[in-house]
Design a binder for this molecule. Structure first.
Ligand SMILES: [Ca+2]
Ligand SMILES: [Ca+2]
Ligand SMILES: [Ca+2]
Length: 605
């Protein structure tokens, strides 16, 4: 009897677990291009022409191969697979290129014969679920193959348009052919319903938990809004991840909200991480970017990434510098958002994208299992450790992200969750740095303790409202601090969110020395308070306080970060504005309380 009760309870618990909605901010996504992942069944391989460029041909990877490699993915620790399209694609080459990638759909109602069968796709869905892995399928709504038979059967389903040539023209972006591919007319009710029906069919067939939506920019926002809401109604918590190729967070926030997506790829962060880690960008760019997080309903649901099938592999971007590569990974797994790995990034695969290589995409090579190189093994172990660290951390998965500190070669932020705080410090310098990070808003909440990051072998000391840490060159330290009592940080999170929404104004005094003055001096920058870089709206004129010093006090929102510069000839009729020289902007980090005075010299270089 007792045994029976136990097994009943166990069954109920398992059933409950199975039905628990997926918390998408806790996921680690892994993107697989099926044809390039693992060949589990050579009998479905295509017979190729020896003159074909191997970069553009089918390589034999398939559904059977992915099923065989599920244990590898489980061991890596990822929790969600984003799978390239499995629909039946064109069979022959087009201008020397084959549809190995899956984006040239011939028939939405069948599985591509080189990838496997419907029953294998169903088996994948079930086996992934049994392994605790969610399946997100790439859905191609914008277009079909160049000469799909569907074009003859239903010509009215497509726009009768040429290829997109002007990428700034919104009409062309929506209704013209993307790289010559016939463009579906989603504004027609019968087309919208057709796309809805095939979508639902594949959700059921593959026991899917989500779609990655291709080419968001090329499909009307009104369609996305309807389609995403319909699917959410039919499948609550179904994940709709949009690929909106856009570097401006404000524009991303608009399409995310209006299109009713669950998530968007974080292209703005992708660009900034590349500039900061791989190029000459200052770490201050991170602060300016995260300042825009308030545009989003919840930035924890952005899908963050370092590379993908359309971009250079990140190991190539950092020119094979392992320290920079690992710095990128550490940031990917600690900043807000859902980390998304491209297959092979965990073993530091390299390769340029199609537009850079000149001889076909080098960034879509065959996945290597059991790599022999020391670098690959090192990066694999490091990625696994980061995934484990993140998945076991409440702060890193769910924490609200708060800016702490920025400098040219250093950046620091906190992730605050009810039971844990993560303090993350990036030393982007080529030498070690002793960093003193003001904990500002957190200073009253965190006791004076020593903190440790065993993964990066770094320690830090928290004292008098500061975190002090000596970081080796090119290191990102992640310090986790558990709350001693339950729910200790709940009030802090609430206070922080209120302060972000309705910040108090802090008086910030700017003083600038200008030996030779032209006209009046003003301050201008990237915020409406200081003119949004529009000289006629700049904040001024500044007042002369002694011989060559000019000063002004500006009320600024607490905790905010603003880029700015000084200008001369402000509101001087007949004279052109004189801008401070120098490629990079100045940045002000407005404190949470008190006042601040900044004294600096006009930049002539
Ligand atoms: Ca095969
Ligand atoms: Ca086919
Ligand atoms: Ca279109």
């Amino acid at each position: 009897m007792r045994l029976l009760c136990c097994s009943c309870l166990m069954f109920c618990l398992l059933a409950l677990q199975a039905e628990m909605p997926v918390d998408w901010q806790k996921q680690v996504i892994y993107f697989v291009i099926l044809d390039r992942f693992y060949n589990g069944d050579p009998s479905n391989d295509i017979q190729l022409n020896p003159t074909d460029n191997p970069a553009y041909t089918f390589h034999g990877g398939d559904l059977a191969g992915l099923i065989q490699k599920l244990p590898y993915l489980k061991d890596l620790g990822i929790t969600t697979i984003w799978l390239s399209p499995i629909f039946d694609n064109r069979d022959t080459s087009f201008e020397g290129k084959y549809a190995y990638h899956g984006y040239w759909v011939k028939d939405f109602n069948a599985v591509e014969e080189h990838l496997g069968t419907l029953s294998l796709f169903q088996e994948l869905g079930q086996k992934a679920k049994a392994n605790g892995i969610n399946l997100v399928l790439d859905m191609v709504i914008n277009h079909m193959d160049y000469d799909t038979p569907f074009l003859q059967q239903h010509p009215e389903y497509f726009h009768d348009t040429p290829s997109i040539v002007n990428w700034d023209d919104p009409t062309q972006l929506l209704n013209y052919r993307l790289h010559g591919l016939p463009d579906l007319a989603q504004e027609r009710p019968e087309v919208a319903q057709y796309l809805m029906n095939v979508s639902k069919y594949w959700i059921e067939a593959g026991s899917l938990q989500g779609f990655r939506m291709d080419a968001v920019k090329h499909v009307p926002e009104t369609f996305w809004s309807w389609y995403n809401q319909e699917l959410q109604k039919a499948y609550p918590n179904f994940f709709l991840l949009g690929e909106h190729f856009e570097g401006d967070p404000k524009r991303c926030a608009v399409i995310w909200r209006n299109g009713k997506f669950s998530s968007l790829f974080d292209f703005p962060l992708y660009y900034v991480l590349h500039r900061v880690i791989a190029e000459e960008g200052t770490a201050e760019e991170l602060g300016t970017l995260f300042e825009e997080d308030k545009s989003y309903a919840n930035p924890n649901y952005l899908a963050t990434f370092l590379d993908n099938h359309d971009r250079d592999r990140f190991f190539t971007t950092v020119k094979g510098d392992v320290a920079k590569f690992k710095l990128g990974l550490a940031m990917l797994f600690s900043v807000r958002g859902i980390p998304t790995l491209y297959y092979g990034t965990e073993i530091a695969m390299s390769g340029r994208d199609e537009s850079h290589s000149g001889c076909g995409p080098e960034n879509r090579q065959d996945m290597q299992f059991d790599p022999k190189s020391e670098v690959a093994q090192n990066c694999l172990a490091y990625t696994k450790a980061l995934i484990q660290l993140r998945c076991n951390s409440e702060a890193l998965t769910q924490g609200v992200q708060m800016h702490l500190f920025q400098h040219r070669a250093a950046y620091s932020f906190a992730r605050i969750s009810p039971n844990e705080i993560a303090l993350v410090v990036l030393n982007n310098h080529r030498e070690s740095q002793r960093l003193v990070i003001p904990l500002a808003f957190l200073s009253k909440q965190i006791p004076a303790i020593q903190v440790q990051d065993p993964l990066h072998q770094v320690t830090g000391q928290i004292q008098k409202g500061y975190l002090v840490s000596e970081l080796p060159a090119k290191t990102c330290a992640i310090f986790l601090i558990k709350a001693s009592e339950k729910d200790q940080y709940k009030t802090l999170i609430a206070q922080y969110q209120i302060a972000r929404q309705t910040p108090q104004l802090i008086p910030v005094t700017f003083e600038v020395e200008i030996p030779q003055l032209n006209g009046q001096v003003a301050l201008i920058g990237g915020h409406s308070i200081i003119g949004n870089w529009n000289p006629s709206q700049a904040y001024g004129p500044m007042q002369q306080t002694c011989k060559t010093t000019y000063s002004i006090t500006i009320p600024m929102p607490q905790g905010s970060i603003m880029p700015y510069k000084y200008i001369q000839n402000f509101q001087t009729p007949g004279k052109d504005i004189i801008w401070e020289l120098g490629m990079t902007n100045r940045y002000v980090q407005v404190p949470w309380e008190g006042t601040i005075t900044i004294h600096e010299v006009w930049n002539k270089y």
